[in-house]
Design a protein around this ligand. Structure first.
Ligand SMILES: NC(=O)c1ccc[n+]([C@@H]2O[C@H](COP(=O)([O-])OP(=O)(O)OC[C@H]3O[C@@H](n4cnc5c(N)ncnc54)[C@H](OP(=O)(O)O)[C@@H]3O)[C@@H](O)[C@H]2O)c1
Length: 283
């Protein structure tokens, strides 16, 4: 098949409960990057296009006309990049993008939920103490960081879990949700950042449950959670002062590492939470 970019034949029919854990060979395919207007999501879209000479990328964002980085990419890869509008807080936009992708591509090989919020001026501030916790902050962080990504998986992956599709061959799909180490309950030694921590912990639990459900399906889907490290983006910028020397990564470096994890994912990795360096993070 000319535009077949995935060669997952080796793990087809391998149940996640099996001890077999053949390596997945990643060659492109149809990838959806949700939250691709800037930061890590934009870098994922860029590297998926640049590092594979075939394969299509669908990049979603809240405001396609204002996403200058994506518009530049679209100019460079007009045939291989589609940009769709999706706001995680507006469920109809999740449904509409899923419908559009289903009609055009018929399947998805990779879904990366890269969006996330930590702070928004005058709206959301990472709480340093319990007294600063507001219901509105907890709800907003939960809506964007946990509820939205799970609805994206529901709308986009569930109807597309067939092996094959419109001219594209695949034996397994991967869902990668961008989480954060601070979402680990076991690793929480400093406290604070209540809304962000709790929303990422919720994302972790929801993703784990989806991984169990998908693991029972005939067509394999591997769901993982990824911590990108502390990365120099808009999200981390207000909090970079205390980052130790050498621990603030470029988005290029972080995404290269995360794609390496995705490229080498094995069936027994379903439902795991990985840091950028491939180390597993405790729940
Ligand atoms: N940077 C770090 O150090 C770091 C560390 C740990 C984990 N992470 C996680 O990595 C992921 C990417 O972070 P980043 O550093 O790339 O952040 P970023 O540069 O601030 O980008 C955040 C992205 O999320 C999108 N977004 C926000 N609200 C949205 C909504 N309602 N609907 C759809 N998209 C929405 C933004 O779109 P707009 O342009 O429309 O706002 C933007 O594309 C996040 O999940 C974050 O929690 C980052």
């Amino acid at each position: 098949m000319a535009n077949s970019l995935f060669a997952f034949r080796s793990i087809r029919k391998v149940a996640f409960t099996s001890s077999a854990s053949a390596s997945v060979k990643w060659k492109g395919g149809v990838s959806l990057v949700q939250g691709a207007s800037r930061g890590i999501g934009l870098e994922f879209a860029k590297q998926l296009l640049e590092k594979n000479d075939k394969g299509c990328v669908i990049a979603t964002c809240r405001n396609p006309n204002g996403a200058t980085g994506l518009l530049d990419l679209k100019n460079r890869f007009p045939e291989r990049l589609d940009v769709l509008q999706l706001d995680l807080t507006v469920e109809s936009t999740i449904e509409a993008s899923a419908k559009s992708i289903k009609e055009k591509y018929g399947c998805l090989n990779l879904l990366i939920n890269a969006s996330g919020i930590l702070s928004i001026p005058n709206v959301l501030q990472p709480e340093t103490t319990l007294n600063k916790v507001e219901k509105s902050s907890l709800m907003l962080a939960y809506e964007v960081n946990a509820v939205g990504p799970i609805l994206v998986i529901k709308q986009h992956m569930s109807p597309l879990l067939k092996v094959g599709g419109t001219g594209i061959e695949r034996d397994v799909a991967v869902v990668a949700n961008l989480s954060a180490r601070v979402g680990s309950i076991g690793d929480n030694r400093l406290g604070g950042w209540h809304s962000y921590r709790a929303s990422k912990a919720a994302l972790n639990q929801l993703t784990k449950s989806v991984s169990v459900e998908f693991g029972r399906k005939k067509d394999p889907v591997i769901c993982i959670l990824l911590h990108p490290g502390t990365v120099d983006t808009d999200l981390s910028r207000p909090f970079q002062r205390n980052v130790p020397e050498g621990k603030l990564f470029t988005k290029e470096f972080s995404v290269q590492k995360l794609l390496n994890i995705i490229n080498n994912i094995k069936s027994h990795d379903n439902g795991k939470f990985f840091a950028w360096d491939g180390q597993e993070i405790p729940w």
